[in-house]
Design a protein around this ligand. Structure first.
Ligand code: SF4
Length: 60
């Protein structure tokens, strides 16, 4: 499974980074989160996806 993140929708709340720091980091310049690893092997990514307030994390 692969994870992607729509940075145009992200509000930079940092929740995904707190929940799943291996997969997400904050891009200070852009003020949004970014994906660090796209190949998903960890349930924390599903938790981050479910917690995102603007539903901009996608798994496929
Ligand atoms: S939880 Fe969603 S809105 Fe918040 S930083 Fe992560 S991707 Fe952006």
């Amino acid at each position: 499974m692969k994870v992607s993140l729509d940075q145009t929708a992200c509000i930079g709340c940092g929740l995904c980074v707190q929940i799943s720091p291996e997969y997400f980091s904050l891009n200070e310049e852009a003020g949004t989160a970014q994906v660090q690893r796209t190949e998903v092997e960890d349930d924390s990514v599903r938790e981050a996806q479910a917690s995102c307030p603007v539903s901009c994390i996608h798994l496929e």
